[in-house]
Ligand binder design. Structure first.
Ligand code: ZN
Length: 190
């Protein structure tokens, strides 16, 4: 399986968000390792940037345009879009959306150019949320929507911490480079 991350940025931001794209490339490698550990699946990863041009309001870029892009690129590839806009409609409790072999989140831009902790807290966690939906669905887990949302609420409001991983992709109690949902809280019920 190929998991292809696509960083969707405005054309005026081209070249200005390289530090974030470098983080995305590291994060993709991290998720390869995380998916292997948590879901016992070997995946290949790829990362690219996609530039969007300013549009008139009627042609607003939305989830539909991304789904179309996903189909054109090949539906057998798991495409994951990291976007500058939120989905217009979603059943998710984060600013993301999932469908078969498809994920998207609104990628939040840090105030300072490189704030790794911000990226881990705001974006990496949401990526783990959408990946959990899709990989649980693929494994035939019935409550792949509800259980992820239950655990997500516990992370946000129930005092259960996100899992913290260091630069070496191992669990750490030091300042983390990557944060994810704790999959133990639902995989044990399957
Ligand atoms: Zn969700």
């Amino acid at each position: 399986m190929l998991l292809h991350f696509i960083f969707v940025i405005k054309d005026k931001d081209l070249g200005l968000r390289d530090a974030e794209f470098e983080y995305i490339k590291k994060m993709a490698k991290f998720f390869k390792s995380w998916i292997k550990t948590k879901f016992s699946i070997d995946i290949e990863i790829q990362c690219d940037e996609m530039i969007t041009k300013p549009r008139i309001i009627l042609q607003r870029l939305d989830t539909h345009s991304l789904l179309k892009d996903h189909v054109e690129r090949g539906e057998d590839i798991y495409h994951f879009y990291l976007c500058h806009f939120r989905p217009l409609w979603t059943d998710c409790t984060c600013e993301g959306y999932h469908a078969e072999n498809f994920g998207m989140i609104r990628w939040e831009k840090p105030k300072e150019e490189m704030d790794e902790l911000f990226l881990a807290e705001k974006n990496c966690t949401a990526v783990s949320h959408e990946i959990a939906h899709e990989l649980l669905r693929q494994s035939g887990y019935k409550r792949y929507v509800e259980d992820v949302h239950e655990v997500w609420q516990k992370h946000l409001f129930g005092g259960i911490e996100f899992e913290q991983y260091g630069e070496d992709f191992e669990i750490t109690s030091e300042k983390p480079s990557f944060l994810t949902m704790n999959t133990d809280l639902f995989t044990k019920k399957s």
